[in-house]
Design a protein around this ligand. Sequence first.
Ligand code: PSV
Ligand code: MN
Ligand code: MN
Length: 403
Amino acid sequence: MPEQNLAAVKSALSEQRIETPSWAYGNSGTRFKVFAQAGVPRTVREKLDDAARVHRHTGAAPTVALHIPWDRVEGAGAYAALASYAQERGLRLGTVNANVFQEDDYKLGSVTNPDPAVRRKALDHLMECVDIMDATGSRDLKLWFSDGTNYPGQDDLRARQDRLAEALWAVYERLGSGQRLVLEYKLFEPAFYATDVPDWGTSYAHCLKLGPKARVCVDTGHHAPGTNIEFIAAFLLREGKLGAFDFNSRFYADDDLMAGAADPFQLFRILYEVRAGGGLDGTPERAAQSDEGPGIAFMLDQCHNIEPKIPAIIRSVMNVQEATAKALLVDREALAEAQRAGDVLGANGVLMDAYHTDVRPLLAEVREEWGADADPMAAYAASGWAETVVRERVGGQQAGWGA
Ligand code: PSV
Ligand code: MN
Ligand code: MN
């Protein structure tokens, strides 16, 4: 590869930031069993301590997403203090995730509930999340609604869309300058008949009506098997409506396994479309100041039920970086040439050449250049952090599921 192309690849890699989720550091499980691990964080601050280790070794994960109420802190100035605590560890607080899916009141929905009192309660929570963003300096509010129905006829599908639109509009109007909302969709679960935001089209339509501060969040685990997620990414990016990714892997449903573990080729294809659409252009710092430009948040949304959490998160960050590096290595000129010529196999070959490149040495080199570790997994293992926290932390808390 010519020298200046390599420099461009390295620079794009050094600018990519991957946000880690606070809940991935705590215990989690399936609805059958939570396997508690020794040394897991007992407080939000301890989650940040762990996140700081991920950032120290990878150099690419400086922000941590919060989930409210799992990460709620009480008292005047508590969130500002939390933001300072993060800052002292080289981190920033990232996306604020609202949670209107774990209370009895939400059995029939949150913002789409037929009962106006429940809708009000849900909306109050969303507003609280924006207050938190004001205090933490977070850019994005992530909204995922478990709302939907289990049986045909249970509720009016159109009325539920009206209620959803009303709540979204109220939140949208409350957003401050530089703040955005990202609306996540999910095909099914926990509602099994009709989910109120089941797909990207529904999310896109609402975001389009809302305006430029509203964008779609693509959680890679939220689609039907075989869905062409890179097409969705390409389309949304083209429309300026791709706000964020929740990266994770799935084999069957919303498995929340490590990003790039089940299907690294899919992750590469998605990141290639992001690159092709200009989604890797512009520094995250610049994007954080504005609701214009690509400004895509690359987040992980995962749970590590049986594997050690911090190394799993490090591995996931590396997997996203490897897919990104391969996407950046695609020879765009050769690809365009083959496409123009109608050379099906040639074009496919250009893409596959990049995918089959071993980018690990390149990433080791760039990590060292930016002061992180060439081999983050080995560096973490050698750091002794895992042993220290097992010794010092007793009685770790659950990430939130089932709590
Ligand atoms: C829903 O399945 C989801 O993907 C949303 O992002 C929630 O906030 C999250 O899981 C929690 O892990
Ligand atoms: Mn998600
Ligand atoms: Mn999910």
